[in-house]
Design a protein around this ligand. Structure first.
Ligand code: NAP
Length: 484
C-alpha cells in the first residue's frame, strides 16, 4: 500500500505524450507557472517522453516555443524561462515497443516522488502501465495520471480499471477531470460547507431547480474523427457535467479528504434516475455562411452523433426529490460560457402584491469566463413611486474581490498536477465513480443508438435546438441566457 504523505522535496515527473497538444498547451505552461510561483522544488525534473527522436536540448527548444505561445508575455516576467527549461529532459520511447524503456529506468532517481502523466491516446494507457511495472520504473510511491476519455462505456472503463489495477493500487491512480481543478469548483465546496447561510437552503424545499451549462463556440474542428464516435454525452456529460452535478448535490463529507468526498459523489451518481427519452434533447449544428455543418466537420454525411445535449435529471434521494437538475452542453453555441445556477423558489407569499414584481434568488457559479459567483437578491427599486422590486447581483468575481491574487488563480491543470505530486486525490475521480457514471449513461446512449433517431438541427451561434427550450417551458421554466 502506498503512503500518500511523503514529503515533496523533489520529484521526477514523466510526461508520456510530452510533445503532444495537451502537453504543449496546458501541462508544460502550467508547470512553468508553478515554477514562477516558487512551487517547483529545486532539483525537480520533468521528462518528456514520446516516440519522436530528439535530445533534451531539442525538447527544451520545443517547450520554449510552446510557453512563448501559450503563456502571454506579460505573465512571463520575473521568472527566467531558462531556469524552468533547465529542469526538463527528454527520452524517446515507444509505449507499445521496447525502445527507450531501459534508458527511462536509468534516468529515474531513488527516493524522490515519481509521477507518470499519461498524456497519450487512451489505447496506450494499458501498455504504459504494464511497461512501467515490468521495467521496475514504477515503485510503491509512484503515481500515474490518466487523461480522459476513461473508457467509452461501462465495459471498456471496467476493463481499463482492471488493467491499471494489475500494476497500480487505486491510491496511485489519478484520473484527471480538469473541471475539478477549477478555482470556482473548489469555491463551490467552500461556499457550501464553510458558511451557515447556504446549506440549510440547499435542498428541494428551497431550490426550484438547478441548471448546469457548458457552452462552447468552437465546432469539433480537427477532432472530428474522435468526436464523431463520442458525442456530447460521452465527451462532456459523463465526466465534466456529472462531476459538477455531484459537487452540487452531494451530502457534506465528514472531512475534506479524498475518500470522504468521493464516497459522497458516488452516492449521488447512484441516486440518479434513468432519464426518460422525453427529457433528452440531442442536437447537431447546421452549416452557416462559410462554416460547415457538424456532418461536414465530422466528414460523415450520415452522422447521428450529437454536438449538443440537454437533459432533465432527477436525483432520487431525500434532499433532492422534486428538484430537477437541467444539464446542457454543446458546440458552436452563442458564447463560450460555463455556469452552474441554483435557482431558488419564490418567496411563499408576496406582501407587496403582484404588481411589485417577483424575483427569484439565483446563485450563479461561473466557471468561465471570469470565474466567480453572483447571488441575485431582490431589493426595492430606488426612488419614489411605491414599492417595486428589482433583482440586483451580489457579485464576487474573484479577480475583483481578491485583487491581484484573484487575478492569478492557478489554472486547473497546474493545481491538479501539484496535487498529484503532493499525493492528494481529493480532486480526482475514483474508479468506481467513473464506472457508476458510465452505468448511468450507457442505457441512454444504447436507446438512441437503437432507435436511430436523428439529432435536432440547430443554428451555429444560437443557444441550441428549439426543443431544448421546450424541455424547460414544459415545466414553466427558462434556461438562463448564455453570455460571456
Ligand atoms: P496528441 O497531440 O495527438 O499527442 C499525442 C502524444 O502521444 C504525442 O506526444 C505523441 O508523440 C505521443 N505518442 C503517440 N503514440 C505514442 C507511442 N506509441 N509511444 C509513445 N508516445 C506516443 O494528443 P493530445 O491532444 O495531446 O492528447 C493526449 C491525451 O490527452 C489524449 O488521451 C486526449 O484524449 C487527452 N486530452 C487532450 C486534450 C487536449 O486539449 N488536447 C484535452 C483533454 C484530454 P509521438 O508521435 O512523437 O510519439
Amino acid at each position: 500500500m502506498v503512503s500518500r504523505v511523503i514529503p515533496v522535496d523533489t520529484f521526477d515527473l514523466v510526461i508520456f505524450g510530452g510533445t503532444g497538444d495537451l502537453a504543449r498547451r496546458k501541462i508544460l505552461p502550467g508547470l512553468y507557472r508553478r515554477f514562477q510561483a516558487g512551487q517547483m522544488p529545486e532539483g525537480a525534473r520533468i521528462i518528456g517522453a514520446a516516440r519522436s527522436e530528439m535530445d533534451a536540448e531539442g525538447y527544451r527548444a520545443m517547450i520554449r516555443e510552446a510557453i512563448e505561445e501559450f503563456v502571454p508575455e506579460e505573465k512571463r516576467v520575473n521568472a527566467p524561462l531558462d531556469g524552468f527549461l533547465a529542469q526538463l529532459d527528454y527520452v524517446a520511447i515507444d509505449a507499445t515497443g521496447t525502445g527507450g524503456w531501459d534508458r527511462l529506468a536509468e534516468m529515474m532517481r531513488a527516493d524522490v516522488v515519481r509521477a507518470f502523466y499519461f498524456s497519450v491516446g487512451p489505447a496506450l494507457f494499458g501498455a504504459l502501465a504494464e511497461r512501467l511495472h515490468d521495467h521496475g520504473i514504477a515503485n510503491e510511491q509512484s503515481r500515474i495520471v490518466v487523461e480522459k476519455p476513461f473508457g467509452r462505456d461501462l465495459e471498456s472503463a471496467g476493463k481499463l480499471n482492471r488493467t491499471l489495477a494489475q500494476h497500480f493500487d487505486e491510491t496511485q491512480i489519478y484520473r484527471i477531470d480538469h473541471y475539478l481543478g477549477k478555482e470556482t469548483v473548489q469555491n463551490l465546496m467552500a461556499v457550501r460547507f464553510g458558511n451557515v447561510l447556504f446549506e440549510p437552503l440547499w435542498n428541494s424545499q428551497y431550490v426550484d431547480h438547478i441548471q448546469i451549462t457548458v457552452a462552447e463556440t468552437v465546432g469539433i474542428g480537427g477532432r472530428g474523427s474522435y468526436y464523431d464516435k463520442s458525442g456530447a454525452m460521452r465527451d462532456m456529460v459523463q465526466n465534466h457535467l456529472m462531476q459538477l452535478l455531484c459537487l452540487i448535490a452531494m451530502e457534506p463529507p465528514s472531512r475534506f479528504e479524498p475518500d470522504s468526498v468521493r464516497d459522497e459523489k458516488l452516492k449521488v451518481i447512484r441516486a440518479l434516475d434513468p432519464v426518460r427519452p422525453d427529457d433528452i434533447v440531442r442536437g447537431q449544428y447546421a452549416a452557416s455562411g462559410d462554416t460547415g455543418s457538424y456532418r461536414d466537420d465530422a466528414d460523415n454525411p450520415d452522422s447521428r452523433t450529437e454536438s449538443f445535449i440537454a437533459l432533465k435529471v432527477n436525483v432520487s434521494n431525500w434532499r433532492w426529490a422534486g428538484t430537477p437538475f437541467y444539464l446542457r452542453t454543446g458546440k458552436r453555441l452563442k458564447a463560450r460560457a460555463s455556469e452552474i445556477a441554483v435557482v431558488f423558489k419564490d418567496a411563499p407569499h408576496s406582501i407587496f402584491g403582484e404588481e411589485a414584481g417577483r424575483h427569484r434568488n439565483i446563485l450563479s457559479i461561473r466557471l468561465q469566463p471570469n470565474e466567480g459567483m453572483t447571488l441575485g437578491v431582490t431589493i426595492k427599486e430606488p426612488g419614489p413611486g411605491g414599492m417595486r422590486l428589482i433583482d440586483v447581483p451580489l457579485d464576487m468575481t474573484f479577480a475583483d474581490a481578491l485583487g491581484p491574487e484573484g487575478e492569478d488563480v492557478p489554472d486547473a491543470y497546474e493545481r491538479l498536477i501539484m496535487d498529484v505530486i503532493r499525493g492528494n486525490q481529493t480532486l480526482f475521480m475514483r474508479g468506481d465513480e467513473v464506472e457508476a457514471a458510465w452505468a448511468w449513461t450507457d442505457p441512454m446512449i444504447e436507446a438512441w443508438e437503437e432507435d436511430g433517431r436523428r439529432p435536432c438541427s440547430y443554428e451555429p451561434g444560437s443557444t441550441g435546438p428549439e426543443e431544448a427550450q421546450i424541455l424547460m417551458h414544459r415545466a414553466g421554466r427558462r434556461w438562463r441566457e448564455i453570455k460571456t
